[in-house]
Design a protein around this ligand. Structure first.
Ligand code: TLP
Length: 342
């Protein structure tokens, strides 16, 4: 089966497994795991932030950030398809006790005028706006890249009102590669940034949260509250460190593979792709297709390609390190065949 369901499915390669075996470890809750410390220092430097924290997952990194940035009763402005809104089990309300203020988006970008209006004025009736949330690349929009102009406008709106900005950069390196910007230049628009090691970078587990030293000191406590105080975590930090050093450049392959698949879908099927395919995600809509999203998933699986039904009327195809160029070719032939029979 050619697995195009997600970039989370990637398995650690031989080198990662060797590094796991050899990792120097200590008790990370005491701050004594040298491999975790090295990963955190390197990640912070790469993103141009003062400090970093190794978390069990992207969700935990996002939630720890929320717990530091906000107080219960505040409001967080985000787009209405943000991962934190759609996929994190309402943890934002359950743990941080804040309210989500969702705005419509176009390719992952909220309308700046609407964003400005959504910031709460001082009034005894209103919650305070505690945080503005960005997602870069934007998953449900189809791995789309936020423009520099947009991020500049969000930043200046936030600064005008003294509101922090968090970036869910689960796929930050896909974003910076596609935009031709350094990771630090990309991260500069946000006070805190979370990125995943276990997506396109291919590490088996973990994410990184970055920010100021004070922010990360506080986030470390929140991570402990969330059950994320890990002990000899060097064994999982070691493949993460390797992924960060050696696997960022290869994301271009995933982008090229997604572009090749998208070209076939556009030309040979009745699926509609309504976004520019900029990175490794394709969201293909089935509203003009003779097959429903579920029928596409079943038909593709029967031919040997695994994709997922995404929204009621879309499928998502995600290229990743475990899918070779030859397999991408095969997947293209499968989609052509399905297109011919639809
Ligand atoms: N995304 C997963 C699923 O949860 C949908 C996927 O297959 O794409 N932010 C963004 C933008 C994400 O896409 C994800 C995972 C996360 C956060 C959460 O990361 P984890 O799964 O490590 O908690």
């Amino acid at each position: 089966m050619i697995d195009l369901r997600s970039d989370t499915i990637t398995r650690p390669d031989q080198r990662m497994r060797e590094l796991m075996m050899q990792a120097e470890v200590g008790d990370d809750v005491f701050g004594e795991d040298p491999t975790v410390n090295e990963l955190e220092q390197e990640a912070a430097a790469l993103l141009g932030k003062e400090a970093a924290l190794f978390t069990t997952s992207g969700t935990q990194g996002n939630q720890a950030a929320l717990l530091v940035h906000t107080r219960p009763g505040q409001e967080v402005i985000m787009d209405d398809e943000a991962h934190v809104f759609v996929y994190e089990g309402a943890a934002i309300s359950a743990f941080a006790g804040v309210q989500s203020r969702t705005l419509p988006h176009t390719h992952g970008e909220m309308n700046i005028e609407q964003l400005k209006k959504a910031v709460r004025p001082e009034d005894i009736h209103y919650p305070e706006t505690g945080l503005i949330w960005l997602e870069h690349t934007h998953n449900r929009a189809g791995g789309t890249v936020l423009s520099e102009e947009y991020m500049t406008q969000v930043r200046s709106t936030a600064d005008e009102h003294g509101i922090p900005v968090h970036m869910d950069g689960a796929r930050l390196f896909n974003a910076s590669l596609a935009a031709g910007m350094s990771p630090a230049a990309t991260a500069a628009y946000a006070d805190s940034v979370q990125f995943c090691l276990s997506k396109g970078l291919g590490a088996p587990v973990g994410s990184i949260l970055t920010g100021t030293k004070t922010f990360i000191d506080q986030a470390r406590k929140k991570r402990k509250m969330l059950g994320g105080g890990m002990r000899q975590a060097g064994v999982i930090a070691a493949p993460g460190l390797y992924a960060l050093r050696e696997r960022r450049a290869r994301l271009q392959e995933d982008h090229d593979h997604a572009a090749a698949i998208a070209a076939v879908l556009r030309e040979s099927t009745d699926l509609t792709i309504r976004h520019e395919v900029q990175t490794n995600i394709i969201v293909a809509d089935t509203d003009q297709s003779s097959r429903s999203a579920e029928e596409w998933v079943t038909a593709a699986a029967a031919e040997g390609a695994a994709v997922i039904a995404y929204k009621p009327e879309s499928i998502r195809i995600t290229t990743n390190a475990d899918v070779s160029a030859a397999e991408v070719d095969t997947a293209c032939r499968i989609f052509e065949k399905l297109g011919a029979s639809s």
